[in-house]
Design a protein around this ligand. Structure first.
Ligand code: GLP
Length: 260
């Protein structure tokens, strides 16, 4: 895996925005997988800034939502569709109908999962942006999720519901059930980019990059992908045994690598 250690969270956001800008430059019709949570916000702020400056455009792009709560009304502020609209897609030139996600209003969510999985497969995701939960989840693939799993309904752990309660008025309001792209679905993306910053992510970053590949720590599945990039800040790199090596690799990368 490629591990890029930026000085701070804002710089990490710039590194990821550069990757997305380069992708859209090479392929304006690219499909980008969007994650929620606090981690990608520095990326989204940078993308909004660049779009406003006319430096990049999402006018031909498609966005796929990584995961979504079940049981919330579609206009609830905490839905991930609404979060992404507020934090990114409503502030760039992406066509609103090109923000795709599972149909959480479907009578049987399993049908919605199958349809969403098929929609993703029909196009393929060029770059999937990810964060990581404190228990190692990616999307909402909680520990013990099959590394081959596809888009499906999952039940959240108590820890994830507690971590995410800040987006709701109380813990009781956090749904128990969600739809998430599976780990197998995520691994099908052509490129994975995980962003994690701050001291609270140090253990998760070390386990994802240097720990064993295990369903007990879903983010470790990125080790199975041929093009996975982890962008972190110094605080999130604190527990990495190979931090110096990654700094050397990045500082000495050849010219052709700087371009892509
Ligand atoms: C949620 C999302 C994940 C995200 C995680 C971490 O659980 N489903 O996709 O990676 O939160 O969030 P944060 O970046 O706020 O720590």
């Amino acid at each position: 895996m490629e591990v890029i250690i930026a000085a701070n969270a804002n710089d990490a956001g710039v590194v990821v925005a550069d990757l997305i800008e380069r992708l859209l430059h090479d392929k304006p019709t690219a499909a980008i997988g969007l994650a929620t949570g606090s981690s990608p916000l520095v990326v989204y702020a940078e993308l909004i800034r660049r779009c406003a400056a006319g430096q990049l455009s999402f006018s031909e792009a498609t966005a796929f939502i990584l995961d979504e709560y079940l049981g919330l009304t579609t206009d609830h502020a905490a839905t991930y569709r609404e979060f992404l609209r507020r934090e990114l897609t409503g502030r760039i030139d992406l066509e609103p109908e090109r923000l795709l996600g599972p149909d959480t209003a479907a009578e049987d969510p399993r049908d919605a999962c199958a349809a969403y999985e098929q929609r993703i497969a029909s196009q393929g995701i060029d770059l999937q942006l990810l964060g990581v939960g404190t228990d190692g989840h990616i999307g909402f693939n909680e520990p013990t999720s099959s590394l081959s799993s596809r888009t499906r309904v999952k039940t959240l752990t108590r820890q994830t519901r507690t971590d995410n309660a800040r987006f709701f008025d109380s813990l009781a309001q956090v749904p128990h059930h969600v739809v998430t792209q599976g780990i197998g679905t995520i691994l099908d993306a052509r490129r994975l980019v995980l962003i994690a910053c701050g001291p609270s992510k140090a253990e998760a970053v070390a386990r994802a990059t240097e720990g064993p590949v295990s369903a007990m720590f879903p983010a470790s599945a990125l080790q199975l992908h041929e093009r996975a990039t982890i962008v972190i800040d110094e605080e999130a790199a604190a527990l990495l045994q190979l931090a110096d090596y990654h700094r050397d690799v990045y500082a000495n990368r050849p010219e052709w690598q700087r371009r892509g």
